[in-house]
Each structure stands twice: as C-alpha cells, then as structure tokens.
Design a protein around this ligand. Structure first.
Ligand SMILES: Nc1ncnc2c1ncn2[C@@H]1O[C@H](COP(=O)(O)OP(=O)(O)OP(=O)(O)O)[C@@H](O)[C@H]1O
Length: 341
C-alpha cells in the first residue's frame, strides 16, 4: 500500500432524535492510500452517507461523533473551524447525489465553480474564469456553458458541474456519495467513466458510496461493505465482490447484476427481512437474524474485522481461526475518545 491519505479510526456517529439515540456509524476503521479508490456499499440506512458527512464534519448538530478521522496527517474531528474551512474543497471535496439540490438556482454555474477557487486561492476573477473554462472542458462540457444556470442543464450536465466543483481546488480526496443515482443508465455510465478518467493517474484518492456493488467494483480498487453502521468486510474489489467472506457481502453481491453479464440478473437476492432499526439493534452480530449461515453464538458475539487475506478483512465468526477459544476478545466495544460535531 502507498502512503496513507485517510485513516478512519474507531469512528462512531450517534444521532439524537425523538428522545432516542440512533447508532448510525459504529466503530468504523478504514484506511485509504493516496491515489486509491475505495468503494463503500451497503443497503439503505447502513450508515454510508453519515460516514461520508462525518469525514468533513458536515453532520447536523444532533449528531455526536467519537473517534478519529486523520486526513493528510491532521485529525478532522479535532480541527479548528478555520482549519476545517481550508480543508473543505482543497483537502477533500464531496459530490452529492441529486446535483439539482446542491447547486444554487440563481447563480450561473461558472460563478459556482469559481467560488471555491476564489475562496481558497488568491486568484483574480480572470484567473478564476480561465480555471472554470478548463474545468468545464475537463468534465466534457463546452467552456461557454459557464454562463448557464442550473435549470438550463440536463441532470448529467449538472452532475458534471458538481464534479468540476469538486476538482476545482485540486483536492487530495474526492468523496462521491451516490453520484449517479438520480441519472438514467446511459448517463450513469458516462459519469462513472468520467470520474474514473479524472481520478486515474492524478494522485487524487476517491471514496465512492453506492448501494450497487457491481458499479463500485467496476470503478474502485477496494471495497468496504457496511451493515447496521459497521464495516463487515473490506478488501480488494474483485475478492469482496466475487469471493466474499462475510455472508452479508455474499448476499449483496448476488443481489446486483455484474456489468456485462446479463445472466447474473436472474440471481435471487437470497436475503429475508430488512436491516435492523438502529434504535434497537439485535444483540451479538447485527446481521444474525437475517444470516443464512447463522451459528449458535451469533446472537452474543459481535466479531471484529479479522484478516482473511492480503488487506482483506471480514467480521464474522465463520472466518475466525478458533471459534471455540477466547471469542469474547472479538466483541467490539465502542470507545469514547473524542467528541465533536
Ligand atoms: N439527521 C438524522 N437524524 C436522525 N437519524 C438520521 C439522520 N440521518 C440519518 N439518520 C439515520 O441514520 C442511519 C444511517 O443513515 P444513512 O443515511 O447514513 O445511511 P445510508 O447507508 O447512507 O442510507 P441511504 O443509502 O438510504 O442514503 C439511518 O437509520 C438513518 O435513518
């Protein structure tokens, strides 16, 4: 692995709502190297977006965060607001789903792309305009479109503008949260191809979130699978997609077609039930009530990630070397190290 750019350590996010604590992210550890592309997959509600928002402290005030998010050597959780403003856009930027809601309808897209550049770099208007023109061309749009308003663009073009904004300050990391969800299939493929091309060889790291594992395994080097706020498996994209070690990753792989393999569309999902309510998680492994490979101890043991191959870990009693001995040592205990919003 190359130099580590992002290190997420024992990250926990709890929302307070309706007088209840909602455990959205529970003790997540992840590493991302410079230039690496990491995909995060999981069903709706598994905590993917909460994790992404926590990386740049974009969570609402009802969220409590513990743990560490070390980006290029600095802990984002501890950072002053002034330093955080500098890190947003220039250190890491986010492309959200549904660009229409993220763009300001009353400003031209040129002005919106220029905004972070002017904010972060001492650059005059004509310098910013040149950069905007180049960025638009980089994302496959004519530079003249800088004078267009968001409503004058198609969904795919608006998402291209979001990508141009994310690239504007040449960040180390781009976080893409379901960047193609609202788009039709052809445009989805174009946008994914564009992200792939722009990141390739640039040294920019990519953290891409999707509920669709086949999309992620097509674009990313590594995959992390989330379930009920935990990472249950992480490893090389091909291995996690095609030789999953955790029963949930295996079920998720079977649930989606492999791109270019029409026969895979026929495979059943194979999972009964829904993900658990984060306000009342099951005891032991949160997946055990739905798990087709469930063992007797799964309602008491909540396994930590365990190495199952080269940079490939899974959190399941099935992969532990000695299921009989010291299983208690594998129970995850959330630690409260730092608190921030
Ligand atoms: N602002 C909030 N207040 C309270 N609960 C929240 C808030 N945002 C998210 N949650 C809850 O936190 C859990 C994780 O949600 P999150 O949106 O991170 O999951 P996700 O995997 O990104 O889902 P999706 O794919 O649907 O976006 C869910 O149970 C969700 O209802």
């Amino acid at each position: 692995m190359g130099e580590t750019l992002l290190s997420i350590q024992d990250l926990t996010v709890t929302y307070r709502a309706r007088g209840e604590d909602i455990a959205a992210v529970r003790g997540v550890d992840l590493e991302l190297a410079r230039g690496e592309k990491l995909g995060i997959a999981g069903e709706s509600g598994s905590g993917k977006s909460t994790l992404a928002l926590a990386l740049l402290r974009l969570l609402p005030a009802t969220a409590t965060v513990t743990g560490r998010v070390v980006l290029a050597g600095e802990d984002v959780v501890d950072m002053t607001w002034g330093r955080l403003r500098a890190v947003r856009w220039a250190g890491a930027s986010i492309v959200f789903q549904g660009a229409m809601h993220s763009l300001n309808p009353v400003h031209t897209i040129g002005r919106q792309i220029a905004e972070p550049i002017v904010l972060h770099e001492r650059i005059d208007e004509s310098g910013a305009a040149l950069r905007v023109a180049q960025l638009l061309e980089d994302v496959g749009m004519p530079a003249a479109r800088a004078s267009a308003y968001p409503h004058e663009l198609s969904g795919g073009q608006r998402q291209r503008v979001m990508i141009a904004m994310a690239l504007a300050c040449r960040p180390d990391l781009i976080i893409a949260d379901e960047p193609t969800t609202a788009l039709d299939v052809m445009v989805q493929a174009q946008i994914l191809g564009l992200i792939d091309d722009l990141v390739a060889g640039s040294g920019i790291s990519l953290l891409m979130i999707s509920h669709d594992l086949s999309v992620l395994s097509d674009v990313c080097d590594r995959l992390a699978i989330m379930y009920a706020g935990r990472v249950v498996e992480v490893g090389p994209a091909r291995d996690v997609h095609h030789q999953a070690k955790h029963p949930y990753s295996a079920a998720l792989s079977a649930a989606f077609p492999t791109i270019g393999d029409p026969s895979s569309r026929l495979r059943p999902h194979g999972l009964a039930g829904d993900p658990p309510d984060p306000e009342s998680l099951p005891t032991g492994c949160a997946f055990h009530p739905r798990c087709p490979s469930r063992r007797e101890q799964c309602d008491v043991i909540d396994p930590r990630l365990w190495s199952v191959g080269d940079r490939h870990d899974a959190a399941c009693v099935l992969v532990l070397p000695d299921q009989g001995a010291s299983l208690a040592g594998h129970v995850q205990q959330p630690t409260e190290t730092k608190v921030a919003r």
